[in-house]
Design a binder for this molecule. Structure first.
Ligand code: ATP
Ligand code: MG
Length: 407
């Protein structure tokens, strides 16, 4: 894509500079990555004045088409798009040193005001960091930094240079056009959704599965979700909770199709016909088969769960082996080696925690065996499973699936 100028005569030329990740990507991968990211950014920003998005040399520039423009909201929105590593609110100008000086003074004045508001008193320490991306510019990076540092010291009596421990850094980038900014906001990283296919998340109302879905989605995978619903053992409110979780996840994952599977009959049959101590693992195998059927219908290449080793009886290695043996597609468990506290930290960060901890029951907790077998063998599980007509019950459950779109 050719470089499109972001500066316009007669405007303030404030833009958002967006840095993208996975710099190791090469060739075709790189352009797919950039195209997906462009599309996802465009979609995310369309309700915020639908700004232009320019794309050049592994950078995106968000340029408002009209003012006023909510820069803070646009920064937040851009930061939640997977593939974005960080962003900065910058002022742009022509790559002309007089113009660069003027925007450096403006950016520094704003930063000083912000620091004062935040309670910083006395002398303010700063340094200038320059990156020159075009060799045709007549000054080197250190020369630009030194000159700009001098300009700012002359302009603001309250400033002093401290390269080791500055209160702020004035960043100057000299490319086809130049950019000055003082802050870099970290974003989520990962890869743009759409770069790595589609997977189907088994979404309960708990803390773990939304985080698992978020993590896989962060690797560029489009997510759809299956929820097993055991009415009247689980209430309508439990279903609403799951839809709400999907809606929160959609802030990052994009629109999520949620398939709610009526699961009561399956659970009752397992409860009635199978040995109690194997009930959970048999139920998990049936969930896998149903999820796989729905996943294939939706073009997914894998299943995702929120399991982690040893968390509960059904999450021992032996139990997960039995569960996986029921599926004919990969089952991804991104939380497999994570501690609960770390999962909770992510749940809080992405905003699902408070909804996940609302006290509505999950279908897994209905008919939970008193003493589940932690080391079931696949042979005994398969034998026990043959005692109920799971094929018929599962295909009826698939038939009865309700579909919702969240986001
Ligand atoms: P979570 O916090 O995600 O509910 P958990 O620690 O409660 O997980 P389990 O209840 O054993 O663990 O569930 C393990 C995984 O199985 C969940 O992370 C989820 O992927 C899937 N799962 C459990 N219950 C359901 C359900 N009702 N619908 C869809 N998937 C489910
Ligand atoms: Mg659960």
């Amino acid at each position: 894509m050719n470089y499109v100028k972001v500066t316009k005569e007669g405007t303030e030329n404030r833009i958002i500079l967006v840095r993208i990740g996975e710099i190791a990507l090469k060739g075709l991968n790189r352009s797919t990555f950039e195209k997906n990211l462009y599309r996802n950014l465009k979609e995310k920003l369309k309700d915020l004045g639908n700004p232009d998005i320019h794309w050049s040399q592994s950078r995106f520039y968000i340029v408002p088409v009209s003012l006023p423009f909510d820069y803070a909201a646009a920064m937040d929105a851009a930061s939640s798009v997977f593939g974005v590593v960080s962003s900065s609110l910058a002022i742009a100008c022509k790559s002309d040193f007089e113009e660069i000086k003027a925007i450096a003074i403006k950016a520094a004045a704003e930063k000083i005001e912000a620091l004062r508001k935040a309670g910083v008193q006395g002398t303010i320490k700063f340094k200038v960091e320059t990156r020159r991306g075009i060799k045709s510019f007549p000054m080197t990076s250190p020369e630009i930094s030194a000159e700009l540092g001098g300009v700012l010291l002359d302009e603001f009596g309250e400033l002093t240079v401290d390269v080791n421990n500055p209160d702020f850094i004035l960043y100057c980038e000299v490319r086809e056009e130049s950019f000055v900014y003082t802050d870099i906001a970290k974003a989520k990283g990962g890869m743009p959704i759409g770069s790595n296919g589609k997977a189907c998340l088994l979404l309960s109302g708990g803390i773990d599965s939304p985080v698992a879905g978020y993590m896989v989605s962060k690797r560029g995978v489009k997510i759809c979700a299956v929820h097993f619903f055991s009415y009247p053992y689980t209430s309508e409110r439990a279903k609403e909770k799951v839809l709400e979780l999907a809606k929160i996840m959609s802030n990052y994952c994009g629109e999520i199709k949620v398939m709610v599977v009526p699961y009561t009959e399956v659970q009752l049959a397992i409860h009635e016909h199978c040995r109690d101590e194997l009930g959970t693992v048999i139920m998990r195998r049936s969930m896998m088969r149903i999820a796989e059927t729905l996943a294939r219908k939706n073009g997914c290449a894998a299943l995702v769960t929120g399991e982690s080793i040893g968390q509960v009886a059904s999450q021992t290695m032996q139990a997960m082996y039995c569960t996986d043996a029921a599926a004919n597609m990969p089952v991804f468990r991104p939380l497999i080696a994570m501690d609960k506290v770390d999962v909770i930290a992510i749940a809080r960060e992405i905003g699902t925690f408070d909804t996940s901890t609302l006290p509505y029951e999950d279908c897994c907790t209905v008919f939970t065996p008193k003493h589940p077998k932690t080391r079931p063998s696949l042979e005994e599980v398969i034998e026990e499973e043959s005692k109920y007509d799971y094929e018929r019950l599962e295909s009826e459950a698939v038939e009865g699936t309700e579909v919702f779109t969240c986001g």
